[in-house]
Structure formats: C-alpha cells, structure tokens
Ligand binder design. Sequence first.
Ligand SMILES: Cc1cc2nc3c(=O)[nH]c(=O)nc-3n(C[C@H](O)[C@H](O)[C@H](O)COP(=O)(O)O)c2cc1C
Length: 179
Amino acid sequence: MKMLVLHSGVYGHTRRICEYMRPALESGGFEVEFQALPGEVPDPAGFDAVLIGASIRNGKHNPAVLQFIEQHNQILESKPGAFFSVNLVARKPHKNMPETNPYTKAFLAAIPWQPDRVGVFGGELNYQRYRRMDRWVIRFIMWMNKGPTALDTHVDFTDWDEVRAFASDFAAFAASRVQ
Ligand SMILES: Cc1cc2nc3c(=O)[nH]c(=O)nc-3n(C[C@H](O)[C@H](O)[C@H](O)COP(=O)(O)O)c2cc1C
C-alpha cells in the first residue's frame, strides 16, 4: 500500500511532524512518499491513501493546499484521507481540537473534501530563526493572543505522543479500507 504525505510549511516544523509520523505509517503497512506543497506533487490517483499537513501563517494555510484539494477532490473523496493543521493558537487546550481550533474549523468549512481523520497540533515558536518581517508579524500575533513575546523564546508546543497516535490511528483506518 502506498500513502502520499503532503506537507506545507515555511520553517520546517510541519515537515518534521510528517517525518515523525513515518514509522507509525510504515508499521501500518504503508510505503510513504513525502512531497512539499506547493511543489511537484504526484498524481494522488496512484496512491491508496493521502495525508495532508499544513501550518498556519498569518491566519491562513498556504493557498496551494486549498488549490490541491479543490483540484483533486474527487480522487481524495475516493480514498482514505487525513488532514492536520499546525498553528500556535492550538497551544491553548481549549483550541486544539478540529471543532475548537478556529483555523481548522474555517478550513474544513471552505474545502469540498471531508477527510476521514482531522488533527490539530501546536506549532513551534522560535523568534531567532525567522526572517525579520516574519519575526515581527508572529510577535505581534503572540502579543495579541497573550503568547510569549521575548525574542529569545524557542518553544515547541507539539504534543509528539499525540502526533504518533494520530498517525497510528490513520494508518490502521486506511489499511482497513484498502484491504
Ligand atoms: C510568519 C509567521 C506567521 C504565523 N502566523 C500564525 C498565525 O496567524 N496563527 C497561528 O496560530 N500561528 C501562526 N504562526 C505559527 C506557525 O503556525 C508555527 O510556528 C508552525 O510551527 C510553523 O510550521 P512550519 O515551520 O511548518 O511553517 C506563524 C508563524 C510564522 C513564522
């Protein structure tokens, strides 16, 4: 069985989350192919399952994610599929579920695809790593929603056990649908 894993992010954290999922997906019986979005994405029709992960930047997932989903909706609907969002609002316990995370809720409402599994993971905050403009933007966002604003902050809000559990659950579900 083959799974297409698409990751969309800017500073590598979403890709890291996908990489962390790899062993659980492979244990579930999938050969996994990673691809960045935007990028040269293979035709999803050639895969048994599709997983898409995307981070939030300035209030939005990359438009290429929406575009990909709209373009391939029919194929996506015909296969086991999962989506997860990575953002810093999800560091708050009452905003870390698909039903309570504003970005994820809005995104799911905007796309035609109904993924079988949806995840929300807290992201990484590392001011020193960002380009200057990004640093000020995210610092302002953090100030607005009472997050850390000290410029030496480097925090990882991802619950890695939850990431692994999400991957295992999706792999088991997808395998049961394929066979
Ligand atoms: C320029 C910038 C803007 C961001 N905007 C938001 C935002 O509007 N809301 C939010 O919750 N998180 C925001 N984040 C946090 C990211 O979603 C988080 O850092 C995530 O881990 C980034 O993953 P990536 O490295 O795969 O892009 C922003 C981060 C950066 C650098």
